[in-house]
Design a protein around this ligand. Structure first.
Ligand SMILES: O=C(O)c1ccccc1NCC(=O)[C@H](O)[C@H](O)COP(=O)(O)O
Length: 211
């Protein structure tokens, strides 16, 4: 059965809904420009109420080690790098913190998928996400999807997950088209950027469970 990461959580209510409805992963965004940005101290309080079975993913954009260290001290147990981190930087983060590291790969065309192979031996998982439009303020969490058919026949160099514009209505088709076993969502379970909705979280996780 597919599993899901609910990303960009900032409140107890939304975190509790994700846990209660079966999320395998919860995500905390440490990026000041994001409407979902969370301080490591606040994240620590949310992580403290998250059971061990649920992975706590910290999402970062070209972070320095000071921020990573604070987030790991807060309880982040998986590091998602969503900026322009090179394979060398990804490998260094993985070695330094001895935690699983995910690398986001931005996809618009089939050629974009080629970037994933560069992270073999450096990352633990590739997160395919939609490529943001030129000049976008954020590299992720934009509610945009890419053509899922691009993943058909793609030889995945690493374990992988799918994100970008998913919601309760579309996630079943996304699983059917791509065969994804881990689905990541942010905007699709929100009322507005950064404002999560517990009913949308429940509906998304129910759709994933049915897929
Ligand atoms: O969500 C953000 O604000 C964000 C900011 C900077 C880098 C990454 C960010 N999100 C990363 C995620 O893992 C999102 O869940 C993923 O991009 C999908 O988002 P959405 O299309 O909104 O479901």
């Amino acid at each position: 059965m597919p599993t899901a990461k609910i990303c960009g959580l900032t409140t107890e209510a939304s975190l509790d809904a994700a846990i209660a409805h079966g999320a395998s992963h919860v995500g905390f965004v440490f990026f000041p420009r994001s409407p979902r940005d969370i301080d490591p101290d606040r994240a620590a309080a949310l992580i403290a109420r998250t059971p061990p079975r649920v992975a706590k993913v910290g999402v970062f954009v070209d972070p320095d080690d000071a921020l990573l260290t604070r987030a790991v001290a807060a309880g982040v147990d998986t590091i998602q790098l969503h900026g322009s981190e090179t394979p060398e930087r990804v490998a260094a983060v993985r070695a330094r913190y001895a935690l699983p590291v995910w690398r986001a790969v931005a996809v618009r065309t089939r050629e974009d998928l080629g970037a994933a192979a560069k992270y073999r031996g450096a990352a633990d998982l590739i997160l395919y996400d939609a490529k943001p439009p030129r000049g976008a303020d954020l590299p992720g969490g934009l509610g945009l999807r890419f053509d899922w058919r691009l993943l058909q026949g793609h030889v995945h160099p690493l374990p992988w997950a799918l994100s970008g514009g998913l919601d309760a209505a579309s996630v079943g088709e996304a699983v059917q088209v791509t065969g994804a076993t881990l689905l990541d969502v942010s905007s699709g379970v929100e009322l507005s950027p950064g404002v999560k909705d517990v009913d949308k979280i429940a509906a998304f996780l129910q759709s994933v469970a049915r897929s």
